[in-house]
Design a protein around this ligand. Structure first.
Ligand SMILES: Cc1cc2nc3c(=O)[nH]c(=O)nc-3n(C[C@H](O)[C@H](O)[C@H](O)COP(=O)(O)OP(=O)(O)OC[C@H]3O[C@@H](n4cnc5c(N)ncnc54)[C@H](O)[C@@H]3O)c2cc1C
Length: 324
């Protein structure tokens, strides 16, 4: 019987939707192995987030509240996660592929002597046992990884799983007394320079307007009006970021964020495999590029061969005209 512990993602006081994708994965894993899953929220003042997770079928929701967990420092987080996993006798620990989980969960795996598979997109039956399906070689190959250790640590690609449906039952919330030990950690919190934006979070947005190197220093001028009009987030290619046209936290792709919005605009983006790795699961992809031979058109649902500097402002004014 498996016992899976899902680590929730949150932003201080608010639950991040990607937690519900991690829960969906845990449900599928528990169903395949005849077990159950718990959810845990680590931080300071996590009561509201814990309450928000009581309706998804977890055997229990653990509220792990401690001043040492106020900032997402990987060392204290990993110790608290591993201690809770041990006390529950968890056979699996699951997190999303968020920055926090990428930082903390490998440390959890070390503390638990567990094998780990990252960026998992599904489960597979293999001759060697249950496989964790994950992309390799920038998404060019998909492999099924079998983990031999008794405890397994997994991060999941959120866009590969639906949001967990609410269940009828209400899970009990339990406090876990953690001793994260921030004072003895090798890193300490100095300050948090967050990006202040009125736009939705890139990984949670239902519309993403992404631009590439082709937009040059008119990147903001072209992407922002369309994003504002559609209530969307702005994304970018690594080339646009490297050339200084867009900030680093806009990057979508293999070494950036993985997104799967309902609508993704790829404007002046060639469609390199490393970029596709971060957005190809979007429901509807619209490509605008002046070169009709670019690979982005192979994944696009709608393609417009045009100069973005004239096509995008025209699109914005036509949407405005339709709305009025
Ligand atoms: C290990 C590794 C990891 C990487 N990780 C990432 C990643 O996470 N994310 C990522 O995006 N890339 C990543 N890359 C880089 C990737 O290989 C590509 O170089 C990058 O995605 C290209 O970005 P681009 O499409 O903006 O630029 P280009 O490939 O230079 O394409 C620019 C496009 O703009 C079009 N264009 C130019 N002017 C206009 C115009 N006026 N109107 C319309 N279209 C126009 C051109 O036709 C062209 O298609 C990675 C590379 C490596 C090696």
């Amino acid at each position: 019987m498996s016992k899976i512990l899902v680590v929730a993602d949150h932003d201080g006081g608010a639950l991040k939707k990607i937690t519900l994708n991690s829960i969906e994965f845990a449900k599928q894993w528990a169903a395949k192995t005849g077990g159950s899953f718990d959810v845990a929220v680590f931080g300071q003042g996590v009561g509201v987030v814990a309450q928000a997770l009581t309706g998804y079928g977890a055997a229990a929701v653990h509220a792990v509240d401690h001043a040492d967990l106020a900032h997402a420092l990987a060392g204290p987080q990993a110790k608290a996660i591993a201690d809770l996993a041990k006390s529950l006798g968890a056979t699996g620990v699951v997190g999303s592929t968020s920055s926090m989980a990428k930082d903390a969960l490998p440390r959890v795996a070390v503390r638990l002597g567990a094998g780990m598979a990252s960026d998992v997109i599904g489960l597979a039956d293999t001759a060697e046992g249950l496989g964790f399906r994950r992309p390799m070689w920038a998404g060019n190959l998909t492999g099924d990884v079998v983990i031999d250790s008794a405890v397994k640590v997994i991060t999941v690609r959120s866009s590969a799983f639906d949001v967990a449906a609410a269940s009828g039952a209400v899970s009990p919330v339990q406090a876990f007394a953690a001793e994260p030990g921030a004072a003895s950690a090798r890193a300490k919190f100095l300050r948090f320079d967050g990006t202040v934006s009125s736009r939705p979070d890139l990984t949670e947005a239902s519309v993403v307007v992404a631009g590439g190197r082709g937009l040059k220093d008119r990147f903001a001028q072209i992407t922002e009006p369309l994003a504002d009009l559609l209530g969307g987030a702005i994304g970018a290619t690594r080339a646009a970021v490297d050339d200084g046209y867009a900030p680093n936290d806009y990057q979508v792709g293999q070494t950036g964020k993985v997104v799967a919005p309902g609508l993704y605009f790829a404007i002046a983006i060639s469609g390199a495999v490393q970029h596709l790795a971060g957005m190809k699961n979007s429901k509807v992809i619209v490509a605008i590029n002046k070169n009709g031979d670019e690979p982005i058109f192979k994944v696009a649902d709608y393609g417009l061969i045009a100069d973005a500097f004239t096509a995008v402002p025209e699109l914005v004014s036509k949407i405005k005209a339709l709305r009025s």
